[in-house]
Design a protein around this ligand. Structure first.
Ligand SMILES: [Zn+2]
Length: 633
């Protein structure tokens, strides 16, 4: 007896494989262009993205044996990517092949090779918008949710089911192919569910799945980024699956806004490609970890950006506050028909909305507040509700009109810096649930620096190893700036301690330290000198050499002396001394410098930067400069 749980478990082992192109603008002729294939990792879905103006996509299917396989011939179609095949070890589908079968007439053939546990009768083919979706062993679905365009177009409802195996025959069976076959089953949410990462709310919907299955499905969601499009200086990030982002953070030099997208795979063709947002702003997305994407926006105004979730959570519009004006974000407004705010315990409060239509929204956490923007929904009467509210946190909630909008509202909830959020949305984007978690106030004893008696003759030198933790700094070929800077910083620490200085390390291990904290550490400890260690990078591999940066007038002599020692000692190009308004050397009061110890983007220098010799030499040269500056050489 075939067991669906086992099936799902097996399929969970199929790791997400995929190659995709941008969704091209449909060509004038009615040729179907197959530009991507995607296997969802949580379920048995094969997704072929096509672009076409064709009214019908004709698909013929045939069963073949030895080995058992099914072939699908997509008529009048062109494969815009190379022929490929994928094999699966722990699945009833053993192999999938996609190829240009013939060129006259144009036929793209997809072949699924399967073992005996595979029941071909359970295979279904759908057309959703211009895409073909092969679904195994799943019920139908109602919502046109799989593929989305943010919102410049009206959402379409082109969703057809092909009847593939109405009767089993050995010979080729033409697929049903017309819009007349359109099916909209009432029970059809499974596919979206399979893609849904924030599944808690899903359970409350009318589902035919057993709860154990739901659990499996919700944990294995994924998102595939297909494209980035710039729209008036905002970035639209689109893909397939359920999008999720981790709390954005800001790093400096240059100033960048960074956010990570868990369970996300990035189309190799757009990885690390820079898109221009404005004269001095760019965006790119990289595969930071095998299942995590990282979006980096280089901008002097990181605080201006916020990610806006679309109708279907399959795209994020990274919008600049000043460039939203006049952009159409929605075509349907939504009322709030249910609203609840409650205190769970002293540390946890929950706010839960249900909307009449899918909601376009963003959430942004500041040190002292959370802002939820509902772009296509107007206000609600919190004041009436507030009277019976036992939640101190949510009692302070207030709303205001979104600037420049008649329908949108901004919900503001004052919170603490230590507050964390869990934000969920339902698969149909009609429910939002915000869990606000505020840790209990413990008396925070600020760790006072352990300098009790300060010998006025001993100088305190603060060493700042650039970056750290989630802020990896510049990176090439899996090598992180943060590791090189820490290594050099530790060597410098050892040398300076031997010389009798009071040496303070901003970080001694791989942790994230904000720029503000780097400065306040230096100020609180009355640092006499501040040295920040960095590794440079450039877009071209040619960039090479050494730089020293200073900003304040009191830093000039220090910078000059250290740079001279440093540039003499290291066998690389002397790029010189720079006056640069970097945060850490601009906000410290003591003489402060930032040393760029070489280019990670230059293959040869990168290799050298990894050697003990180069790192030791660098530390020694900086130490020598410090001694010289202090008149102690
Ligand atoms: Zn750096």
């Amino acid at each position: 007896m075939y067991n669906i749980c086992m099936m799902i478990k097996k399929l969970l082992l199929i790791f997400f494989i995929f190659i995709i192109n941008l969704f091209n603008v449909a060509s004038a002729e009615e040729t179907v262009k197959i530009n991507s294939i995607n296997f969802d990792n949580s379920d048995n879905i094969v997704f072929l993205a096509a672009s076409t103006k064709a009214m019908y996509i004709n698909v013929k299917s045939m069963k073949l044996s030895n080995p058992d396989r099914i072939a699908f011939d997509i008529e009048n179609s062109v494969l815009t990517r190379p022929n490929s095949s994928w094999t699966f070890k722990n699945s009833s589908i053993k192999e999938i092949k996609l190829s240009q079968f013939t060129t006259n007439p144009n036929v793209v053939r997809m072949v699924l090779t399967y073992n005996k546990s595979f029941n071909v009768n359970k295979l279904k083919l759908y057309r959703i918008d211009d895409n073909l979706v092969f679904v195994y062993n799943k019920k139908l679905f109602t919502q046109n949710n799989l593929h989305s365009v943010y919102n410049d177009e009206k959402s379409k409802e082109n969703y057809y089911e092909y009847t593939l195996f109405s009767e089993e025959k050995k010979a080729a069976q033409p697929a049903a192919n017309s819009a007349a076959e359109t099916v909209r089953s009432p029970e059809a949410i499974e596919i979206q569910k399979a893609f849904n990462s924030k599944g808690e709310l899903v359970k409350k919907t009318n589902t035919t799945l057993k709860s154990s299955d739901t659990k499996e499905l919700k944990l294995k969601s994924s998102f595939t980024v297909n494209s980035i499009d710039v729209k008036r200086g905002n970035a639209l990030i689109r893909g397939i699956g359920a999008i999720a982002i981790e709390s954005p953070f800001v790093v400096a030099e240059p100033d960048r806004l960074v956010f990570d997208m868990p369970n996300t795979y990035v189309n190799p063709e757009i990885r690390n490609k820079e898109y221009v947002l404005s004269e001095n702003e760019t965006i790119k997305i990289g595969q930071f970890e095998p299942t995590k994407a990282r979006v980096v926006v280089t901008t002097p105004n990181a605080e201006k950006y916020r990610p806006i979730y679309s109708y279907d959570s399959q795209s994020i519009f990274l919008a600049h506050d000043d460039r939203l004006l006049g952009l159409k974000l929605y075509d349907r407004t939504s009322a709030i028909y249910n609203y609840s705010a409650k205190k769970i315990d002293d540390t946890k409060d929950i706010l839960h909305f249900t909307f009449t239509e899918p909601i376009i929204h963003s959430i942004k956490k500041f040190d002292n507040k959370v802002e939820i923007n509902l772009y296509n929904s107007s206000g609600f009467n919190h004041d009436a509700y507030k009277k019976n509210l036992d939640s101190e946190v949510l009692a302070k909630l207030r709303t205001e009109q979104l600037p420049g909008s008649n329908t949108g509202i901004k919900i503001i909830i004052p919170v603490k810096k230590t507050t964390t959020l869990d934000y969920q949305e339902s698969f149909d984007n009609k429910q939002l649930k915000l869990t606000i978690m505020t840790p209990k106030e413990v008396e925070i004893k600020k760790p006072k620096p352990a300098i009790i008696t300060r010998n006025p003759n001993v100088k305190t030198i603060v060493i700042d190893a650039g970056h750290g933790g989630t802020d990896v700094g510049a990176t090439r070929e899996g090598i992180y700036e943060k590791d090189i800077t820490l290594d050099i910083a530790k060597r410098l620490e050892t040398i300076l301690k031997k010389k009798g200085f009071n040496v303070l390390m901003v970080r001694s291990n791989d942790v994230y330290v904000s720029l503000q904290d780097r400065v306040s550490f230096t100020e609180d400890n009355h640092g006499d000198l501040f040295v920040s260690i960095h590794v440079n990078s450039s877009v071209t591999p040619e960039g090479v050499g050494l730089e020293t940066h200073y900003y304040t007038p009191q830093s000039y002599d220090f910078a000059q002396i250290v740079h001279k020692e440093f540039a003499c000692a290291i066998n690389s190009k002397d790029r010189g001394l720079f006056k640069s308004k970097f945060y850490v050397i601009n906000h410290t009061t003591c003489p402060s410098i930032l040393v760029e110890t070489g280019f990670i983007s230059n293959p040869e220098e990168r290799k050298e930067l990894l050697t003990t010799q180069r790192k030791q030499k660098t530390a020694e040269a900086i130490a020598k400069g410090i001694l010289k500056y202090l008149g102690k050489d």
